[in-house]
Design a protein around this ligand. Structure first.
Ligand SMILES: [Zn+2]
Length: 156
């Protein structure tokens, strides 16, 4: 039996979604400040990445602890438990397919957990920055033109 009214449930869902989008906005702003330019939520790309850095062949997904079944924080609602379990299972399966897809076409994919961003968004941005930097250092010809200025001046 479902003990939450549809109205109440949609309230809960919109709270979760709004929380997600605030976290995303903070992340995107920090990322922009670092000099990265990107497209957000582009439908043109498989799995609709949160950020696409086309010239760097990089996509970033921000995974909410709830929708993507984070082992530490995902609390499955007690009402209609099977429904939620099935939903999470599908999401996790889809995440794997998307990750594989980008790896196969030679793109870099970052998956960032919501809880990492809540804890320390700057640190997360810094980690991604460092990874892209190290790729750039080993393949300067390929992607130096697409790097943020502060990185390309270091390399060229
Ligand atoms: Zn989490």
């Amino acid at each position: 039996m479902d003990t939450i009214s549809p109205k109440k449930r949609s309230e809960i869902m919109s709270l979760i979604k709004n929380k997600d989008s605030n976290i995303e906005t903070t992340f995107r702003k920090l990322f922009w400040k670092k000099g990265f330019r990107y497209r957000k939520n582009s439908n043109k790309y498989f799995g609709k990445p949160d950020l696409v850095l086309k010239r760097l062949k990089t996509v970033i997904f921000i995974d909410s602890c709830f929708w993507h079944g984070c082992k530490k924080h995902c609390r499955i609602p007690t009402s209609r438990k099977n429904y939620w379990i099935e939903k999470m299972r599908k999401n996790i399966k889809r995440d794997k397919i998307v990750t594989k897809y980008y790896r196969n076409i030679g793109w870099k994919i970052f998956r960032v957990w919501e809880h990492e961003l809540v804890k320390n968004p700057k640190n997360t941005v810094q980690k991604i920055y460092k990874t892209i930097e190290s790729i750039a250092l080993t393949h300067p010809k390929i992607i130096s033109h697409a790097l943020p200025e502060q990185l390309s001046s270091k390399i060229l």
